[in-house]
Design a protein around this ligand. Structure first.
Ligand code: CMP
Length: 500
């Protein structure tokens, strides 16, 4: 039986005695806390001090059998704040056993949060029972209203917690996955006991309660692997043969940045609509974050490729088109000027230049598109009429820029003259317009102007040596026809190739 403060300490100073004993316990608690923090690396915050202080007072009071005003409140505080050191110990010893926190965690990421809440709830109920003699059953049966309030409050919370466990156990998604939820493209940022946090492509975050997600249709783009397909639909003029359209779309989509080469792009004819044929391009990608950019790249490339081939995208039948003329802009005057200004063609007379202009065509490339791909067969050369281009060479798996081309520069002459595969990739660094001259046209000119062969060979030799200097290594094609890198060797090959 507890003694009253007055009767326990006849000298009327039991309060002082209680303070002294509590202080001793507090110091012991502090030492234990410091030892846990320094030696065992248990992370204890200021809340643990509140626990040590309140627990010291309660233990001291019980030990010396003293009662004091507010004892229940201090006891309640000790019970509630006990949650913090308990959770710190769980974080230090129990959760690491399950791989948490970390990529390989074998428990749902929010289980420690749920346990922390449960520890708090139990500690609080323990405090109520120990210091206020209130039991859970008493609390629930004593007041129907409280029971109803607690029941209703817990309904949603428990629903979210159980739904969260279900989503985790079923491995529906993980942090970092890209999903389609309600038709929206979103990345999973965090999973907690109540909800899942998402971020969309606009870097906007939002939460959806787990119970709502458990009922939603979720498409996980990153499961079973990050590789996933996307589709783009486009309508094309119904008069163009489908295989021609499919080939153009295939080339364009395959070259778009972010589109995987393997599995290859596929183009499906979807529907015959009014004056249009609908196509669907299916392509594969790895990174959901850049999904809108990839779609944009595919659509843009398709526009340029169709434009180069003179294929028209279909418009609504209500749209009256007042634009006249070919889609590929022909500018005969400027083309002629461009050809005449080329040092390469300085020996040509007006009739030959006219013929050259007629035998060439002006085509457009969008920024980032490949005008020439290294390794492809090439039977035409180009003059850059507008824009800028980058020449890149891939060797031993490394891609290196070797030159920049500006308006007026010619390129693609190497393959055209030697019949070798394209020696480099030429990328449009800006939107470009180029004049393409076919092998046949050049062949006729070479026969009429043998000196043209000489100046072209000089360009080829100079560029080859510039490329080698840039790459600072031995020529790539060990014993291919291109190894005869001298001007004379090249001329021999060129004459043979064009049967001059
Ligand atoms: P071709 O090999 O037909 O295709 C790639 C083209 O890139 C090549 O012809 C040249 O026209 C051009 N090229 C390659 N190396 C260089 C260089 N060092 N400087 C400028 N153009 C180059």
């Amino acid at each position: 039986m507890l003694r009253d403060i007055q009767s326990f300490w006849p000298t009327q100073t039991p309060g002082l005695y209680l303070i002294l004993v509590s202080f001793v316990f507090y110091l012991i608690g502090l030492m234990v806390g410091r030892w846990l923090k320094r030696r065992i690396h248990v992370e204890l915050g200021w809340t643990s001090h509140v626990f040590i202080a309140s627990a010291s007072i309660i233990v001291a009071a019980r030990l010396i059998e003293v009662e004091f005003p507010g004892e229940s409140a201090v006891g309640m505080l000790a019970a509630a704040t006990a949650t913090f050191p308990i959770n710190a110990l769980l974080r230090r010893f129990l959760w690491p056993l399950c791989g948490y926190p970390g990529e390989q965690a074998r428990i749902p990421a929010f289980l420690p949060q749920v346990v922390a809440i449960m520890v708090f709830v139990f500690a609080t109920f323990f405090g109520l029972a120990a210091f206020y003699h209130v039991t859970i059953t008493g609390l629930l049966t004593g007041s129907g209203v409280i029971a109803i309030i607690i029941g209703l409050a817990l309904q949603d919370t428990l629903g979210n917690i159980f739904a969260g466990f279900g989503l985790q156990a079923g491995r529906v998604y993980r942090v970092g996955d890209w999903l389609i939820v309600d038709g929206k493209h979103v990345e999973v940022v965090e999973l907690n006991w109540r909800s899942t946090r998402f971020r969309n492509n606009d870097e906007v975050s939002f939460d959806i309660p787990n119970s709502q997600l458990a009922k939603a249709t979720i498409v996980n783009l990153y499961f079973p692997s990050r590789r996933h397909a996307a589709r783009v639909r486009l309508s094309v003029d119904h008069r163009v043969p489908p295989n021609e359209v499919k080939d153009a779309m295939f080339q364009a989509a395959s070259a778009a940045p972010g589109v995987l080469r393997d599995p290859p792009v596929k183009v499906f004819l979807i529907d015959f609509a009014e004056s249009a044929v609908q196509y669907e391009i299916k392509f594969w990608l790895m990174d959901g974050r850049v999904f809108p950019d990839i779609i944009d790249g595919v659509r843009t490339n398709v526009w340029y490729e169709l434009n180069r081939r003179g294929i028209r995208l279909a418009f609504s039948t209500q749209q009256i088109e007042l634009v006249r003329g070919a889609l590929v802009t022909r500018r005969p005057e400027t083309d002629l000027q461009l050809l005449a200004s080329q040092p390469l063609f300085s020996s040509l007379d007006q009739i030959q230049l006219d013929r050259l202009a007629l035998g060439s065509r002006r085509i457009r490339f969008g920024k980032g598109e490949r005008i020439i791909s290294q390794g492809d067969a090439g039977n035409s050369m180009f003059i850059l009429a507008m824009g800028k281009a980058e020449v890149q060479v891939e060797r031993d798996g490394r891609v290196q820029p070797v030159a920049s081309l500006a308006a007026g520069d010619c390129f693609g002459e190497m393959s055209l003259l030697t019949g070798e595969p394209r020696s480099a990739t030429v990328l449009a660094a800006l939107d470009c317009e180029v004049l393409e001259i076919e092998q046949e046209t050049i062949g006729i000119l070479l026969r009429e102007h043998p000196e043209l062969a000489e100046s072209l060979s000089e360009t080829v030799v100079a560029r080859r040596s510039a490329t080698e200097t840039q790459l600072a290594s031995a020529p790539a094609n060990g014993d291919g026809p291109g190894t005869d890198a001298t001007k004379e060797g090249l001329l021999r090959r060129l004459r043979k190739f064009f049967q001059l």
